[in-house]
Structures are given as structure tokens and as C-alpha cells.
Design a protein around this ligand. Structure first.
Ligand code: ADP
Length: 447
């Protein structure tokens, strides 16, 4: 097992990783920007190193600084968390070259899944169902017309290097195709420096369903069930549930087994998430995230498995301690993301937290790195905490979530808590009847 793990992240996830290290008896190194000198993960770590100024590109994305912090402290492994360098194949490779373990999959697997076209091709080879679409990049007008006619309208044009929904355009009919195609290309060029685009059938009312997987790089892999993350604003998830409430149990287990089998074939190592759109009883692969995800706690809650603990174990060379037929699935869990944002306009609301009282009681877990008197810096994402609630049934879970949202107090900054207070009264939310467009439509209608 590792002696010392460097946590290349900040906020609640840095603390989450630190806690898993403590449970494993591993020493921890926190790295931080100047603005994060007083952060909780820095206070609780055994050692800390300031790696640069406030902008993330100078600190949390600064590979030479992080490498230097590893050398100074003698860390033998790095946990990247999510965001920042977590899906940076070059970072994983450089660490390996310096004999430091990257707690995550191989740089090769990060690379394959990081490119949308290769990812989709790999998914097909591994037997994972995908959205019907072009075989690869669509680079001429003539090819765009032919491919769209084959797929059938409406079609979606997507950037190969895409992320966060940028460089995506819908063409409802042939009349819109060429404009949509060339706009997607120029947007992709501007956002990613790469104008390569591909095409897919546009699904009108899908749900976002994802499968959590874990492998040990030695051919063992399991799935830990599904999550529904359909409630999104601008492709940002705000509310996640496990298991997916509207997908029949047998379908969940079938897609889970397809994903686990694929990961065995790939000899995948670490945690991963395979994301699907789900419509009319069919799953369509959209992408795989080769890292820990924000919403992993809902899966932990319904399976009793500590995903971060397991990530660290397998990265150290141990075999997976989980057997598929022994993974229990019990009850229901929901996570809501408490962001320091205006609940109407979603404008960031950094500043000092003057009063803080997290919710508690039966079935409640709060993953957060803030405290009373803490000042939220303006430089990073606005997530201040995750409220994760469990119930034996979805109804019980919603009941406790309502109680927990009411109990939670964050004063001094605006938060998304008032939005959740409204959402939890909505009949569609209570019945689970929502697709990936529901939240944006709701927000537009309830300004
Ligand atoms: P990105 O990496 O930019 O987030 P994704 O492929 O994950 O790109 O797609 C982002 C979002 O766009 C999905 O979560 C979904 O809401 C929507 N989307 C993607 N593909 C399709 C499709 N074929 N039909 C309808 N919506 C889609």
C-alpha cells in the first residue's frame, strides 16, 4: 500500500479523498493555491504545499508544480479527484515516468475515452449500445448530407473534442443541416482549437442514465448499478438519484452487466462512469468518464461500497475486493448540489459564509469543505456542498430530503437551496417523470 498520497484537487472532493486515505492509514499531502491557504483539506492534511497563484492554470492545472510537490514530500501516489487534471492523459503519463502512481486508469484508457470518436468506436467493439450516427468525423458538406439522410432527421452535430455541450447543434431537417454543421465546426474550432465534428441521431426526450464501474486492471471489473442525472442546467447536473427511478430493475442489471463485461475486456483500472441517454427502453452510449464523479456518493449509499477507498486499493496493485454477485443494492439515494449561486439567475455568489448549519439526522450525509467564517473564493467552481439523502424507498428518501433541505442553512452567500425547496414540491419530480430538458423548461416557465 502507498505510504503517502498527494491530493491534486481542492474543495469537498479533496476532503473526501483525504478521509479515504485516513481510513487506509495513508499519509496525506494537500496542495493548494494562495487563495486556498485556509481551506479545510489543507488544515486536515498531514502536509501541505502551496503550488501557485489563484488561477487554476497556475496552480491546480500546473503539472510541474504538482510534480515538484510530490518530490519535496516524497508522495508515492497522486489522486486527481474530478475536474482539473483527472482526465489528462499526459499528467498520468508524466507521473508514471517519475515512478509515482496516478490513482486512476492507464493513460491509454484516458486517451481512448477522451476522444469522442475513438470512445464511440471502442464502445461498439466492446458491445456497448451507441446512438446511431456517423462512423467518424464528417468533414464535407456532401458527406454531411449523405450521413444525415442515412441517420434520419433530426440529427445532432457534435464536436469530436467536445465538452460541456459546446460545439453541439441540432438540425431538425435538411434545410437546416449545412448551417448547423458549419456553425458547430466554427464553435468547435473556437472552443477546442479543433473543428472536427461528427453526427448522431437526435433523441428528443431522453433521460441521462449512467453506470458506475470499477476495475482492477487485472481483468476483474464490476458495475455498481445506475444513476439518473437527467436534472441538468446547461449540461450541469444538479440532482442525481441511485438507482435510476424509472428504469426497470432487469434493464438496469442488463446494462450494468454489459458495462462490467466491457471493462473486463478492456482490463480497465479504477473507477469509471459510462454515460447513456435512455429513451423508449433503449440505452445509447454518449461518453465514458475515466475518473471519480461528483455524484459517486449516491452509489456508495445504495451499495455500501467506499468507491474512493477501492480506487486507492486497486491503484496500489491489489485486486478488486468486490464480487459482482455480492454487490447489494438497497433503497434509494438522492444527491443535490448546493452551489454558491443565485437560485434564479445562477450567477456565482462567492464571499464569506456568515452562518453555516448543515442538515443531519437519519439517512443524511453532507460532503462539503466549507465552514462558518469560510470565504468562498471567486476563482473556482461554485460547488459548496453535496447533500446526500437515503431512504429504503424513493418516497422515504424524498421525505427525508425535504426535511434536510429545510434544515440546511448557509448565510452570507446565495445558494441553490431555495431552488431545491421548490423542486421538491413539483409533481414531476415526486413521480420521477422528468427528462434531460425538464429543468430548463421549468426554469424558463418559472422565472
Ligand atoms: P459533452 O462532452 O459536450 O458534455 P456529451 O456527448 O456528453 O457531450 O453530450 C452532452 C449532452 O448533450 C448530453 O448529456 C445530452 O444532454 C445531450 N446529447 C448528447 N447527445 C445527444 C443526442 N444524440 N440526442 C440528444 N441529446 C444529446
Amino acid at each position: 500500500m502507498f505510504q503517502k498520497v498527494l491530493i491534486a484537487n481542492r474543495g469537498e472532493i479533496a476532503l473526501r479523498i483525504l478521509r479515504a486515505c485516513k481510513d487506509l492509514g495513508i499519509q496525506t499531502v494537500a496542495v493548494h493555491s494562495v487563495a486556498d491557504s485556509n481551506a479545510m483539506h489543507v488544515r486536515l492534511a498531514d502536509e501541505s504545499v502551496c503550488i501557485g497563484p489563484n488561477p487554476a492554470r497556475d496552480s491546480y492545472l500546473n503539472i510541474p508544480s504538482i510534480l515538484a510537490a510530490c518530490e519535496i514530500t516524497g508522495a508515492d501516489a497522486v489522486h486527481p479527484g474530478y475536474g482539473f487534471l483527472s482526465e489528462n492523459a499526459r499528467f498520468a503519463r508524466i507521473l508514471t515516468e517519475h515512478k509515482i502512481t496516478f490513482i486512476g486508469p492507464s493513460s491509454h484508457h484516458i486517451e481512448i475515452m477522451g476522444d469522442k470518436i475513438t470512445a464511440k468506436k471502442t464502445a461498439v467493439e466492446l458491445g456497448i449500445p451507441v446512438v446511431p450516427g456517423s462512423a467518424g468525423a464528417v468533414s464535407t458538406e456532401e458527406e454531411a448530407r449523405r450521413t444525415a439522410a442515412e441517420i434520419g432527421y433530426p440529427v445532432l452535430i457534435k464536436a469530436t473534442a467536445g465538452g460541456g455541450g459546446r460545439g453541439m447543434k441540432v438540425a431538425p431537417s435538411e434545410a437546416d443541416l449545412i448551417v448547423a454543421w458549419s456553425t458547430a465546426r466554427s464553435e468547435a474550432k473556437a472552443a477546442f482549437g479543433n473543428d472536427s465534428v461528427y453526427m448522431e441521431k437526435y433523441l428528443a426526450k431522453p433521460r441521462h442514465i449512467e453506470v458506475q464501474v470499477m476495475g482492477d486492471g487485472q481483468g476483474n471489473a464490476v458495475h455498481l448499478g445506475t444513476r439518473d442525472c437527467s436534472l441538468q442546467r446547461r449540461h450541469q447536473k444538479i440532482w442525481e438519484e441511485a438507482s435510476a427511478p424509472t428504469v426497470p430493475k432487469d434493464q438496469q442489471m442488463r446494462i450494468g452487466e454489459i458495462c462490467a463485461a466491457a471493462m473486463r475486456k478492456l482490463k480497465y483500472s479504477g473507477a469509471g462512469t459510462i454515460e447513456f441517454l435512455y429513451e423508449n427502453g433503449e440505452f445509447y452510449f454518449i461518453e465514458m468518464n475515466t475518473r471519480l464523479q461528483v455524484e459517486h456518493p449516491v452509489t456508495e449509499r445504495i451499495t455500501g461500497i467506499d468507491i474512493v477507498y477501492e480506487q486507492i486499493r486497486v491503484a496500489s496493485g491489489e485486486t478488486l475486493s468486490i464480487e459482482q454477485d455480492k454487490v447489494p443494492f438497497y433503497g434509494h439515494a438522492i444527491e443535490v448540489r448546493i452551489n454558491a449561486e443565485d437560485p434564479q439567475t445562477f450567477a456565482p455568489s462567492p464571499g464569506k459564509i456568515s452562518f453555516y448549519h448543515p442538515a443531519g439526522g437519519v439517512g443524511v450525509r453532507v460532503d462539503s469543505a466549507v465552514y462558518q467564517g469560510y470565504t468562498i473564493p471567486p476563482y473556482y467552481d461554485s460547488l459548496i456542498g453535496k447533500l446526500i439523502v437515503y431512504g429504503r424507498t424513493r418516497e422515504e428518501c424524498l421525505q427525508r430530503l425535504r426535511r434536510a433541505i429545510d434544515e440546511f442553512v448557509v448565510d452570507g452567500v446565495k445558494t441553490t437551496l431555495p431552488l431545491f425547496q421548490r423542486l421538491i414540491k413539483e409533481p414531476d419530480i415526486l413521480s420521477g417523470n422528468y427528462d434531460i430538458h425538464w429543468l430548463e423548461k421549468y426554469l424558463a416557465a418559472n422565472k
